[in-house]
Design a binder for this molecule. Structure first.
Ligand SMILES: Nc1ncnc2c1ncn2[C@@H]1O[C@H](COP(=O)(O)OP(=O)(O)OP(=O)(O)O)[C@@H](O)[C@H]1O
Length: 211
């Protein structure tokens, strides 16, 4: 599903992450590691937000560097602490993503309604609480027809009911579309809801993948 080729990520002279040539099979993955080990760096480079040496391919043919538009239609990302223009409404951001990701009109309704966002989706984002902002960022990550969804710390600031909904979304996308997931979380994921999830341990600048 996801192929790293001679991957290295430097910040200045500091080598934050070295992966080399690694293939990650389809599935749901939980990225673990201590503070500063490189979890966010890993997700942001896969998302195409951070520059790095080497290449990353999805489905063996779409490269984040050589075919970035096609790649970004297949790889969605939600940041740990999302930031959006405060003058736009949540619905305007959703419409932008529906267009950019080539999504079917109306796809967003299931996500907005199940996450109970109808009451604030038309408000400016500047008026959102941190939980409302998190919900919006999660919706945006599920829009389109992604092969891979990257969620950086998806559990923080979500209330218990919303966590249950997020697990439902993950199972729904996995079953309906065969979407893979890479989630980073300091909190334990509910293994009863994400059965079969594999672990990626980020340790001393390298990855260890366990099943
Ligand atoms: N913009 C940057 N400039 C320089 N160094 C950075 C930058 N961003 C991250 N780093 C360094 O890269 C390493 C990995 O950081 P990263 O944020 O990916 O870790 P993390 O595992 O997500 O941490 P946490 O669990 O605390 O969120 C750390 O040593 C960090 O100091």
């Amino acid at each position: 599903m996801l192929q790293f080729h001679k991957f290295q990520k430097f910040y200045g002279r500091y080598l934050a992450l070295k992966i080399g040539d690694v293939l990650i099979e389809p599935g749901v993955y939980w990225v673990k590691g201590v503070n500063g080990s490189g979890k966010s760096t890993l997700l942001k480079t896969i998302a195409g937000i951070l520059w790095f040496d080497g290449d990353i391919l999805i489905d063996g043919k779409y490269s984040v560097k050589k075919t970035p538009v096609a790649y970004r239609k297949l790889v969605n990302f939600a940041d740990a602490e999302p930031l959006f223009p405060e003058f736009l409404t949540g619905k305007e951001m959703v419409d932008l993503f529906l267009y950019a990701k080539g999504a079917l009109a109306g796809q967003e309704k299931y996500f907005i309604e199940s996450m109970q966002m109808q009451s604030f989706i038309d408000q400016p984002i500047g008026a959102y609480s941190s939980g409302m902002l998190k919900k919006l960022s999660l919706i945006l990550a599920f829009i389109g027809n992604p092969k891979l969804i990257l969620l950086d710390e998806p559990l923080i600031t979500l209330d218990t009911d919303s966590l249950g909904i997020l697990y439902q979304w993950i199972l729904f996308m996995k079953q309906q579309n065969g979407t893979s997931f890479i989630l980073s979380s300091h909190q334990d994921l509910d293994s009863s809801k994400l059965s079969g999830a594999k672990e990626i341990l980020v340790e001393t600048q390298i990855l260890k993948i366990t099943s």
